[in-house]
Design a protein around this ligand. Structure first.
Ligand code: HOZ
Length: 437
């Protein structure tokens, strides 16, 4: 059926001019098989593909579209900004406004620098951490993805997991010799790494809720111990909140850990996705004393022609203003919880083992191979879940007009545009998919 579809012919055409036919590997559907949908347009909670088929969208551009597609206030802000100029390569009042808005919502930070992608933000935060501490070693966790900067592209879940490469080719061993990779949620391994290398560790970078091995949250004891060890050894704790920032709560995942662990805060934070509202915009932020190590004040160099782009900042600012409206996160979290509970109930009714978790507008689910299995706590446990079943489920849902992320390593995202009817339609699709499997 797909063979004579416009999606299929576009894919065939794309593969002639673009490696693998896509500009980001996970989009190629290699993990789940089949033909990627070429998206023609989007509105609210829906996407339409090149064949005119409509899908309920649970990818939301991999996180940014928290308001849904084409929100009127965001559209208006972007249209107005575009008429004023696309890019100046010079400071603007709007980027100051956006910086102030971010700092208002993130109390751990006193200054923020805007960049254009999450990769750039994580890479820059890493350089800043090394520059500020004068140390070389960094710690990351297996299954956490922090963009594709060389030093961080080790055992990074997401697209790498899809293709079975723990580390990318083209990353020389010398470049990652200072990168220690530990097991997520493993306190003993963490303590051992600090025992052995504590004085050499510049920073520990972590996705506090890992969204690149589906949805795995760092446990409270793990996070508490991580904060203690970083403080004790003078290493910076860097929260990669590209996915979780302004998504799992208004103040990001760090606000949730701060509620549970008195005085908790990361040293540096990395943001992307929601702060750009769908335009290329990301940021890294932290205390003034660290951030002022950046050029032009300090010795750590970082720059970008499109950084603080006027159209992207208009989009991000309008998005951040909408999500601060009273009741926004309560409603989003209720929709997400309703979706996840419904998916779990449908699976239970069909006798299919399924576990899942959610926070704010982000969710994930797994098909364990045994009925009693708990939620995975690390990458190895994620890999032990039933990928074949996930792939069948993915395609069953896609055929029924529900667009989930095309790999079991990816989190899902709900937007404010998803209505109760959309969630019910999704659950009906899940029941039908499970019944057909
Ligand atoms: N970084 C995303 C996977 N976690 C993929 C982004 C994309 O393909 O747009």
């Amino acid at each position: 059926m797909m063979a004579d579809s416009r999606n299929a012919s576009l894919f065939e055409r794309a593969r002639r001019s673009i490696p693998g036919g896509v500009n980001s590997p996970v989009r190629a559907f290699r993990a789940v098989g089949g033909t990627p949908r070429f998206i023609a347009r989007a509105d609210g909670a829906y996407l339409w593909d090149a064949d005119g088929k409509r899908y309920i969208d649970y990818i939301g551009s991999w996180g940014p579209m928290i308001l849904g597609h084409g929100h009127p206030a965001v559209l208006e802000a972007v249209q107005r900004a575009a008429t004023e100029g696309f890019s100046f390569g010079a400071p603007t009042e709007r980027e100051v406004e956006l910086a102030e808005e971010i700092l208002k919502l993130v109390p751990s930070a006193e200054q923020v620098r805007l960049v254009s992608s999450g990769t750039e933000a994580a890479m820059s935060a890493l350089r800043l951490a090394r520059g500020a501490t004068g140390r070389s070693k960094i710690v990351k966790f297996e299954g956490c993805y922090h963009g594709h900067a060389d030093a961080l592209l080790v055992k990074a879940g997401s697209g790498l997991a899809t293709f079975g490469h723990p580390t990318s080719a083209g990353v020389p061993p010398e470049v990652v010799q200072h990168t220690l990779v530990l097991t997520y949620n493993d306190v003993i391994g963490l303590e051992a790494a600090f025992d052995a290398h504590g004085a050499e560790i510049a920073c520990v970078m972590i996705e506090p809720i890992a969204g690149n091995m589906n949805f795995v949250r760092a446990s409270l004891p793990f996070m508490k111990r991580l904060r203690e060890l970083c403080t004790q050894h003078g290493a910076l704790l860097v929260f990669d909140e590209v996915m979780t920032g302004f998504r799992v709560a208004l103040g990001g995942a760090q606000s949730l850990y701060a509620q549970a662990i008195p005085g908790f805060k990361p040293d540096l934070s990395v943001f992307g996705k929601v702060i750009g509202g769908g335009m290329p915009l990301a940021a890294f932020a932290g205390p003034r004393a660290i951030m002022e190590q950046l050029a032009p004040l300090g010795p750590v160099y970082q720059a970008g022609t499109l950084s603080g782009n006027p159209v992207a900042t208009a989009c991000g600012l309008a998005t951040l203003r909408e999500i601060q409206k009273p009741g926004f996160f309560e409603a989003l979290a209720a929709s997400t919880r309703g979706l996840l509970d419904g998916l779990l109930s449908a699976a239970a009714a069909a006798g299919v083992p399924m576990v899942g978790d959610c926070e704010g507008g982000m969710f994930g689910f797994f098909f364990p191979k045994t009925a009693q299995a708990a939620l995975p706590q690390n990458y190895v446990e994620v890999m032990a879940t039933d990928g074949e079943r996930f792939n069948r489920y993915f395609h069953g849902m896609l055929d029924r007009g529900v667009y989930l992320a095309p790999a079991l390593y990816e989190a899902g995202f709900v937007s404010a545009a998803h209505t109760r009817a959309d969630i019910e339609a999704t659950l009906a699709a899940a029941q039908a998919t499970l019944a057909a499997a």
